[in-house]
Design a protein around this ligand. Structure first.
Ligand SMILES: Cc1ncc(C[n+]2csc(CCOP(=O)(O)OP(=O)(O)O)c2C)c(N)n1
Ligand SMILES: CC(=O)[C@@H](O)[C@H](O)COP(=O)(O)O
Ligand SMILES: [Mg+2]
Length: 648
């Protein structure tokens, strides 16, 4: 189905076309842009509420600034659909987030208007500052640098690290704070409360009105940035000094709060800000999901709802014909509550992903024992370390790719002190449509090189439950990592009794013929190996399959048996090949003098783009067909090699 743009939007192929419109037309354009986003996301999917909330901001920013010469950086980038539509990519929306199609996030290789590649949050201010400093260094003093950042993303340390530097430099940059009081779930923390206080404070509203009166009068006398800036400063000092302002304290000039849905007012303000030198912050108040009533009402559900009927609001779900396996995240959420009911030391921690991780189940059941710490992965890890020093057992649940942010804390705060923190790394392996920023490729590799830590991955729901239980036992009171992928497992009946797993032991899934090929897998991807061995068995090819379960410590006894029994090994992991599980197996074999051939299947050493998980497994050769083919080829090779040896 083709989504038809309204007449004004249809005429816009780039921001140059937008600039031909009269300011009064921007309201109509915003309506058309919003309709186009609603139509497109309902049919093709993607992130929803965030883009609806910044429609007017997007129009105003591209109307006022000379993009891409002026650099516009979207934080996270899940709100940039309007930006993509106005910058020549309207017709690409049928391919949004699809295999080989348009990325769901701004991406430098996709468009010159995408000034910075994003997906992870809280990078925009630092990137904009770097660009601003570079512009000044190169003598490009006419360039503007604009970071658009949400109130959720603002809570991260990175944002404050960047503002801390920007505040004492005089580079030309504007931070647009898009404050909708929401992260994916409701935003949390003292900063959120502070922003709400400013928004509702009478003093600030008075300041805002006075300020813009001053600016309005000044602009009649023509553009004289220094003069305007000095007068604005004086006006602000007179009023703002009466009440401290966090951003002012960081030496940003603070403007707002303003209505982020008043497009014409935004145009006026942004035009004024253009001529004020130095770091500035414009605080815009917006509504996530604006213009689609259901999305305004349940903002978490409509953050990324999947396909839906835009008239009825029905979100399409597959109707199951038989009991379905649960999502791993839900097995985590329910099992954690079950464990915590039996053990009062257990706590839960998530950096801003209560719904995505299903920690919200524990937050509802045990509000004093489960914490959303905001978008703050580093802090989530160190906070967990602090809890652990006091004898508690925190389950710190972080998406694998976001854990990249908390790596030093895992090493320095947890592992070096051998603290009992359980890391549950959700979305490990290919994330799917979110693409390379969100694929959890590296955790097996970056966890297994850390001393003291146990690195594990369950092949199914029962294994996840058992590993979680095992991780709480006193004999395992050190760092313990459990990784599992996005989506469903394989066991509709998953509420199995909790059983202890011996650390560093694998499971025999299928015995193969001696002298043949063995598959060693880790984690959920082992289920694809099961399909491969079934297919091979049907061809009369007997293959062994071992679910190794632990990447560290490896099951050395099992590896020795395998190395003696089989003539070749295929390793399979939904993680990067350099340094990952296959590498660990190779290290073991080399260290112990085994010389059998090994083929490693996993995520290659290149950027793998977005697509469904199955499309990406196939592309990288470790879907069931790819695994079976690797076994056939290796089997044929070792047979040919041994024949050649006999003949020699
Ligand atoms: C480092 C990191 N942690 C977590 C996320 C997941 N995430 C994506 S959007 C989002 C909420 C962002 O809230 P805000 O910046 O206020 O934007 P809004 O969705 O409200 O427009 C979160 C937690 C992420 N992308 N990056
Ligand atoms: C933009 C972002 O980082 C999140 O919205 C992410 O897309 C959520 O991923 P899940 O859908 O896997 O929870
Ligand atoms: Mg927000």
């Amino acid at each position: 189905m083709i989504v038809e743009p309204g007449p004004l939007l249809a005429a816009i192929d780039s921001p140059d076309d937008l600039k031909k419109l009269a300011p009064e037309q921007l309201v109509q354009l915003s309506t058309e842009l919003r309709d186009f986003i609603i139509d497109s996301v309902s049919i093709y999917g993607g992130h929803f509420g965030a883009s609806l909330g910044v429609v007017e901001l997007t129009v105003a920013l591209h109307y006022v600034f000379n993009t891409p010469h002026d650099q516009l950086i979207w934080d996270v980038g899940h709100q940039a659909y309007g930006h993509k539509i106005l910058t020549g990519r309207r017709e690409n929306f049928p391919t949004n987030r699809r295999y080989k199609g348009m990325s769901g996030f701004p991406k430098r290789s996709e468009s010159p208007y995408d000034a910075f590649g994003v997906g992870h949050s809280s990078t925009s201010i630092g990137a904009a500052l770097g660009m601003a400093v570079a512009s000044d260094y190169k003598g490009e003093f006419d360039r503007q640098h604009i970071a658009v950042i949400g109130d959720g993303a603002m809570t991260a340390g990175m944002s404050f690290e960047a503002m801390n530097q920007a505040g004492v430099l005089n580079n030309n940059m504007i931070v647009v704070l898009n404050d909708n009081c929401m992260s994916i779930d409701p935003n949390v923390g003292a900063l959120k409360e502070y922003l709400t206080d400013i928004t509702t404070s009478r003093t600030y509203n008075k300041v805002r009105d006075e300020l813009w009166n001053v600016l309005g009068k000044l602009s009649k006398f023509g553009p004289n940035p220094q003069q305007i800036a000095r007068k604005v400063e004086a006006a602000m000092k007179a009023t703002l000094m009466k009440q401290s302002n966090l951003f002012e304290a960081l030496k940003f000039r603070y403007f707002g709060p303003v209505d982020g849905h008043d497009v014409q007012h935004l145009v006026t303000i942004l035009n004024d800000l253009k001529s004020i030198p130095g770091p500035k912050l414009l605080h815009c108040v917006t509504v996530k999901g604006k213009g689609y009533a259901l999305a305004e009402k349940d903002q978490t559900l409509w953050h990324a709802p999947g396909l839906f009927d835009k008239i009825t609001g029905e979100i399409y779900k597959k109707v199951p014909t038989a009991p379905q396996p649960p999502k791993y995240q839900d097995v985590f959420g329910h099992t954690l509550v079950e464990l915590a009911e039996a053990n009062d030391k257990i706590m839960g921690v998530t950096p801003a992903m209560p719904s995505g991780s299903s920690l919200n189940i524990m937050m509802a059941a045990m509000p004093t024992r489960a914490f959303d710490v905001g978008i703050a992965e580093q802090h989530a890890v160190t906070f967990s370390a602090g809890l652990a020093t006091q004898g508690l057992i925190p389950f710190c649940n972080i998406y694998s790719s976001f854990m990249q942010r908390g790596y030093d804390q895992v090493v320095h705060d947890v592992a070096l002190q051998n603290l009992h923190v359980v890391f549950c790394l959700d979305r490990a392996g290919f994330a799917g449509a979110d693409g390379p920023t969100h694929h959890g490729c590296y955790d097996l590799a970056f966890m297994r090189c850390i001393p003291n830590i146990v690195v594990s991955a369950p092949m199914n729901e029962q294994e996840l439950r058992n590993l979680m239980y095992t991780a709480t036992l006193p004999e395992n009171a050190g760092p313990f990592s459990i990784r599992y992928p996005r989506g469903e497992g394989v066991m509709p009946e998953w509420r199995t009794p909790l059983q202890r797993v011996a650390i560093g032991t694998g499971r025999v899934v299928r015995e193969g013929e001696a002298g043949g090929v063995a598959i060693l897998s880790i984690g959920h991807i082992g289920n694809y190996a099961v399909k491969a061995t079934d297919a091979l068995a049907a061809e009369g090819f007997s293959v062994g399959h071992y679910d190794m379960r632990f990447c560290k410590p490896l099951d050395e006894e099992m590896l020795r048996d395998v190395a003696h029994r089989y003539r070749a090994i295929v390793t399979v992991e939904d993680g990067c090949l350099p340094g990952g599980f296959g590498s660990a197996v190779l290290e073991f074999l080399a260290d112990h003098g085994f010389q059998l051939p090994v083929v490693r299947l996993g995520i290659p050493d290149r950027v793998v783009e977005h697509g469904t998980q199955d499309e990406l497994y196939k592309e990288c050769g470790f879907d069931a067909a790819g695994i079976a083919q690797a076994v056939r080829e290796l089997g044929a090779k070792v047979t040919a090699d041994s024949l050649a040896t006999v003949l020699r």
